[in-house]
Design a protein around this ligand. Structure first.
Ligand code: SF4
Length: 345
């Protein structure tokens, strides 16, 4: 069940992170856990099919020894179901997950998260598995609960238009790191990071007369197990430049692509090129002029060429050195807004 695992890992990491940052001892952490709850993404996988709705929602009360009588447990489960929008709650207590619709299952998940009366809820894509017609209802319930119970949500979503409507603050993540963070209005109206700009540019506008230039990112998202060096967004960034982290392998890939549409001489040069570690290349003798013209003509498209800092003729060929790079850190770039990009530092 990868979806449940991913969400569980997220919650675990979050609590572990908090513990490490705040130096919280085990006893305090146990108490803290009751105030932090999670709503999982997939209501079809996250509910135990062998447990009734009452057993599912009551489980956190039993595990945390919150209630001491059946009557108390029963009353709290009823209240959580009612607040989660399952009305009348008595009708749902004895049902099993297979007897519920997708929306009702997600409401049972919400009730399970609410029953401990938490302060903070991690909602991990809580509507992405639901039919579009049910999404609004569930979101309305979450917003009502926010006001009624004074809850704070960490709402994880791939749907920027949803974050736009729901959130007070947005944090945009790319490959596991926040690249921009700030008040929703500021981030949406004036995005600073190139990734945020690309995301916002493809959100549909419900007005046929308004046009916006879409920024389509090239290539696939890299393997999270093999994060690109420097700025992790650089292989796809439409405005990446010298300092963004290009490796010699990436520069060589760009040269290979350029040579594909070029003459035989260019193809011979590239066939004889090799990397010398992550920061240098060696090209065949006499390739300086072709390389320089490729940089002059093609570096706007093949941005890895911008990383070339030096071209030196040596005894065994042409040595190419790359610019130094660094990973951008999250810095304040506007009131309340932080972004991790060399261009806006
Ligand atoms: S640092 Fe900025 S310009 Fe460079 S790759 Fe990253 S996002 Fe693009």
């Amino acid at each position: 069940m990868p979806t449940v695992l991913a969400a569980g890992v997220a919650a675990h990491l979050f609590i572990g992170f908090w513990q490490a940052r705040r130096g919280i001892d085990a006893d305090r952490l146990r108490k803290l856990r009751k105030t932090l709850q999670i709503i999982f993404q997939d209501p079809y996988e996250s509910l135990n099919p062998k447990h009734s709705v009452k057993e599912i929602v009551a489980e956190p009360l039993v595990v945390n020894r919150i209630t001491h009588s059946r009557t108390d447990t029963h009353a709290r489960v009823l209240k959580a179901l009612e607040d989660a929008g399952l009305r009348p709650p008595e009708d749902f207590m004895a049902r099993y997950p297979h007897e519920l619709s997708g929306g009702q299952r997600q409401r049972v998940s919400i009730a399970g998260a609410l029953v401990l009366e938490p302060d903070f809820l991690v909602a991990d894509e809580p509507v992405s598995m639901l039919d579009v017609s049910l999404r609004t209802d569930i979101l309305e319930t979450l917003l009502e609960l926010r006001d009624k119970r004074g809850l704070t949500y960490l709402f994880i979503t791939h749907d920027l238009s949803l974050a736009w409507v729901l959130a007070d603050r947005i944090g945009v993540m790319y490959l596991g790191k926040i690249v921009e963070e700030g008040p929703t209005r500021a981030v949406v109206k004036d995005p600073k990071h190139p990734y945020t700009k690309a995301l916002i540019s493809v959100v549909p506008i419900p007005d046929p007369d308004r046009k916006r230039q879409r920024i389509l990112l090239k290539g696939e998202r890299p393997d999270p197990g093999n994060i690109p060096r420097g700025c992790r967004f650089h292989p796809r960034c439409p405005v990446a430049f010298e300092r963004c982290g290009w490796s010699s392998e990436e520069v060589l890939d760009d040269l290979r692509e350029i040579a594909l549409g070029a003459d035989a001489a260019a193809q011979t040069i590239v066939a004889g090129a090799r990397t010398e570690g992550p920061d240098g290349l060696l090209l065949p003798r006499g390739s300086e002029a072709w390389l320089q013209s490729a940089i002059d003509m093609k570096s706007e498209t093949f941005r890895g060429l911008m990383a070339i800092a030096s071209i030196d003729a040596v005894a065994d060929g042409v040595r190419v050195g790359l610019h130094a790079f660094e990973e951008p850190s999250l810095r304040t770039v506007a009131p309340g807004v932080r972004a991790a990009c060399h261009l806006v530092e």
